[in-house]
Design a protein around this ligand. Sequence first.
Ligand code: FES
Length: 102
Amino acid sequence: MWYTTALADSIAPGHYEKFEFEEAVILLFNLDGEFFALEDRCTHDDAELDGGDIENGCIKCPRHGACFDIRTGDAKSAPAYEATDKFETRINSDGVVEVNLS
Ligand code: FES
């Protein structure tokens, strides 16, 4: 099921925003004008990724520093080894980013 988040123009390249839905809490990233959505959960110890820095296309967990590829959700550095969930995104005709949480 698709859920609306924010106007694409409202999240600048290199930034992200958090959205909370019943199904999942997500971070929506703008990487060079492309939008990606990951679950706001570090697979090392279930910490929030929100508040982490973006470095080289990855979000860095603010707790112990594991990095997750924003495009795929894959864990790229210890102490996390499993991917975090990634969700499909699209931009609707009103310019709003939608996320598929099903
Ligand atoms: S909880 Fe994220 S690296 Fe430990």
